[in-house]
Design a binder for this molecule. Structure first.
Ligand SMILES: NC(=O)c1ccc[n+]([C@@H]2O[C@H](COP(=O)([O-])OP(=O)(O)OC[C@H]3O[C@@H](n4cnc5c(N)ncnc54)[C@H](O)[C@@H]3O)[C@@H](O)[C@H]2O)c1
Ligand SMILES: [Zn+2]
Length: 345
């Protein structure tokens, strides 16, 4: 069942309405959202209804799910109980997965507290955890009962995390909304921005796309724009202290590389490519990628998505505001795209 997406500046009021519909409730937080976000709704819950798990992608695994399932079991949550996931994408994906599998699934409500999770992770019903080094390897598609989006939470979010989430807003505009892209060009300082309007707009875009194709058989693939090369770069720098990139920072690089491929394939005009790369660089700056890293990054893009002819299927831009998918790209073409980024200044 499709979820209800509620925009508010008063999360407590919305949560209170839901609470009256359930027998019991559990709130999942991490140590940061416990301090910064729980106070906004904490008075609605007794302290033993709150379970805190350690923050970070490195804790997004089945071991933490066991902690959550144990807490649900110890508190004897029945099938009329509800779980609130108060946090970023890690809490949302993992808390949602734990709820969706506990007793074959109880209701859960997403309260995303990062920009990335508000405009991306909390919409579309993908849940799961990492497994044996593979991201989101174990999971399910399951819609939450509701998503409550309140930009008030963003006030305490580190600026780098704001910028990381902004990459997904840029992506949504590039693949589906040329008019919004023009508006984004006026945003020069993401720290000063009021996100109320843009989160609504971006969520509506993702919601529209994922409703057409909930399980990613076709159209939903356009959301992967920037992510084939972006993920490879994110993975490459994952284990390099000091060089690690946030998801959106890597996707920003990926979008420039893949806009280049879009132009190379004859879809995107050169002037649009220049406009995209100039804007993204003005927000994210230029990341130094050593030439010794290039072949490893190319290999990573081809790692597990190879099709029979050794090409990878990309989602590219047809123009600004329009994307296509299943475009075969060779290793040489991927390499040239990353080299294109490297020579920019
Ligand atoms: N399900 C999907 O469709 C989907 C889409 C995109 C990303 N994701 C997943 O989302 C995850 C990334 O999400 P994220 O970027 O939100 O990261 P995150 O959940 O790790 O949160 C980032 C950091 O911000 C802290 N934080 C959260 N809210 C805060 C607030 N309001 N104030 C201060 N600190 C706060 C967190 O404790 C954490 O340290 C990844 O695991 C990714 O796989 C899922
Ligand atoms: Zn992403």
């Amino acid at each position: 069942m499709a979820s209800e997406i509620l925009f508010t500046q008063n999360t407590a009021e919305v949560v209170q309405k839901f609470l009256s519909q359930y027998s019991q409730a559990l709130v999942i937080v991490d140590e940061n959202t416990q301090i910064h976000c729980l106070p906004l709704i904490g008075s609605l819950f007794s302290p033993d209804a709150v379970i805190c798990i350690p923050s970070g992608e490195e804790n997004k695994h089945l071991g933490t799910c066991e902690v959550l399932w144990s807490a649900m079991t110890d508190k004897a949550l029945d099938r009329k109980a509800v779980v609130f996931n108060l946090g970023g994408g890690v809490i949302g994906d993992m808390g949602g997965f734990a709820a969706a599998t506990y007793k074959r699934g109880i209701d859960f409500i997403q309260i995303p507290t990062t920009l990335l999770s508000q405009v991306d992770a909390s919409v579309g019903g993908k849940l799961g955890v990492d497994f044996k080094g593979f991201k989101n390897h174990i999971g399910v598609f399951q819609e939450p009962k509701a998503v409550i989006i309140d930009t008030t939470f963003l006030k305490t979010l580190p600026k780098s995390e704001i910028r990381s989430g902004y990459a997904e807003i840029i992506k949504h505009s590039l693949i589906a909304d040329a008019a919004q892209w023009k508006e984004l060009l006026n945003i020069t300082d993401v720290n000063e921005h009021d996100w109320v309007h843009l989160t609504q707009h971006s969520v509506a875009l993702k919601d529209r796309i994922t409703k057409v194709d909930p399980t990613e058989k076709g159209l939903r693939k356009i959301l992967n724009f920037g992510h084939t090369i972006g993920h490879a770069i994110e993975t490459f720098y994952l284990n390099q202290p000091g060089k690690r990139l946030l998801h959106g920072e890597a996707i920003a690089i990926g979008m420039i590389c893949e806009a280049y491929l879009s132009e190379m394939k004859g879809f995107l005009s050169s002037s649009d490519l220049v406009s995209i790369e100039k804007y993204i660089l003005s927000i994210f700056g230029k990341v130094q990628i050593d030439s010794s890293a290039l072949s490893d990054i190319v290999e990573l893009t081809h790692q597990d998505k190879k099709n029979e002819h050794g090409k990878v299927l990309y989602s590219l831009l047809q123009s600004i505001g329009q994307a296509n998918f299943n475009i075969p790209i060779t290793k040489e073409e991927t390499l040239s795209a990353i080299q294109y980024y490297v020579q920019l200044n």
